[in-house]
Design a protein. Structure first.
Length: 259
């Protein structure tokens, strides 16, 4: 949902649309984001592998001219969208400790990405997130193109006919403002009812049988990299670029020539 909402901002969707990443390599783009964020979560952003993951992210962004407020907004979605989702649909709400942990973690990541004017207060950053959406969500063709490509990616994870049902219910996860900005129609009543039933049922099942649900519902971490989490180099994750030789097959950091 965080990725999808950023596509509601024309200045952001135009960059994604122009790069062609979601049009040509949507699964890889999604996998790269999960892997690089995962490296920082597991080892910390100041660990050797965490720093290398940050270098890969910064190098990918360096190809584009991106406004600082757009960067701040994207960063904020990684904090607040998961929290809002959990508080509404999971088997329990987040705790204050969990919310603040997400805030402080991603603010520190943002500083290491050279994002300026980051708030030092949880509520202040959330106000920025809300105000930015009100001011910036606007319907343009690039929003629709990238939003549809993301929809295609999400629905591709499921076999027929489940994929068709997923495609019909996924827009229910967005509010009216976001759907309008993405050029999506309002889902029919049956899709909205199925959406609520499915997520409420999932939350109940997760509360009653967490181990079973984790085994049944967890998707592959990285479909683009069949051997993940083994046999890959962090320096290979992200858009293709030139790196110095010397990184081993298990992912030891390799310094980029542009660093």
């Amino acid at each position: 949902m965080a990725i999808w909402r950023t596509c509601c901002v024309p200045s952001i969707s135009s960059v994604l649309d122009g790069s062609g990443e979601f049009a040509r390599h949507a699964q890889k783009r999604y996998d790269d984001t999960r892997i690089l964020l995962g490296e920082m979560v597991r080892g910390g952003y100041d660990s050797e592998r965490g720093r290398q993951a940050l270098r890969q992210i910064n190098q990918a962004h360096r190809r584009f001219t991106i406004d600082n407020d757009d960067m701040r907004y994207v960063l904020s979605t990684f904090i607040y969208e998961p929290i809002r989702w959990i508080d509404r649909w999971a088997w329990r709400r987040t705790t204050e400790t969990e919310r603040l942990a997400a805030f402080y973690f991603f603010v520190e990541v943002g500083r290491r990405m050279n994002i300026h004017d980051l708030p030092s207060d949880y509520d202040e950053f959330e106000r920025f997130n809300r105000d930015f959406e009100r001011a910036s969500f606007r319907r343009v063709p690039s929003n629709h193109r990238v939003g549809t490509q993301i929809m295609d990616l999400y629905s591709s994870w499921y076999p027929r006919p489940v994929g068709a049902v997923v495609r019909a219910t996924l827009p229910c996860r967005l509010d009216d403002t976001a759907r309008h900005a993405l050029g999506m129609s309002t889902p029919p009543p049956w899709a909205r009812a199925l959406h609520v039933l499915g997520l409420r049922g999932h939350a109940r099942a997760e509360r009653l049988a967490p181990t079973v649900m984790a085994r049944l519902m967890t998707r592959p971490t990285a479909r683009t990299y069949p051997g993940y989490p083994h046999g890959y180099r962090i320096s290979d994750i992200g858009p293709r670029h030139v790196t110095r030789p010397g990184a081993d097959a298990k992912g030891s950091p390799a310094e980029s020539l542009t660093e």
